[in-house]
Design a binder for this molecule. Sequence first.
Ligand code: GLP
Length: 248
Amino acid sequence: MRIIVLKDRKAVCAAAAKRVAVFVEKDKRAVLGLATGGTMTGVYEILADKYRRGSLNFSHVTSFNLDEYCGLAQGHKCGYNYYMYHNFFRHINIREKNRHIPPASGKNSGDACAAYEKKIRRAGGIGLQLLGIGTNGHIAFNEPGSSFCSRTRRVKLAEETLKSNSRYFPRCAKLPCYAVTMGIGTILEAGELLLLACGNKKAAAVEAAVKGPVTTDMPASILQLHPKATLILDRQAAGKLKTHNWKF
Ligand code: GLP
């Protein structure tokens, strides 16, 4: 597990965007795993800017998102379909047929989740996977207690997640309690993992994920066992690590 500590969120997003850009440039069939959340918007802004300037092309890229809320109407402004389209897809030239978001509408049957997994495999597997982290250590929507072997499936969101993500649902009476998420087993199959964390609210989860035991109580701790996992943290998120000498 490589750990990079940078000054602030701007620097974290710039470093992550740089890694994604190199991956997209080098890999002729780049398969990207994408994440949502407040931390990631800065990464997408930088990548979109690179595309606008003509220095980055996404026409050969296939993407798979980590998760989506269940039960939201099509195009709902708080959903991750909307988030991805508005923050990223509409600004770049990734083909519509090549972008994928977990199947959270309809009955969320096991079949649709299995089909999502199959699409990932057919695309050749995810080369580079972006990840955020929840204050409870979740990755994607794999809440504490999720099996390290889990695959794409419907899950119930933890109370802590509902509380912390309610800030993204200003006008909605109720945040969905369920979501469809890639499993931890699915995520671990990606060639490279890039987890971003900013702000002191993430410091305790980051400390437990990096220094604590590898346990399903702290889903992000499994990154300790991935052969190519990098954490890019701002100083606040790294505040409990007492190691500020890692550099990009
Ligand atoms: C949501 C997503 C997670 C993400 C987390 C972090 O819960 N499902 O995949 O890691 O948000 O969000 P933020 O960057 O807003 O703190």
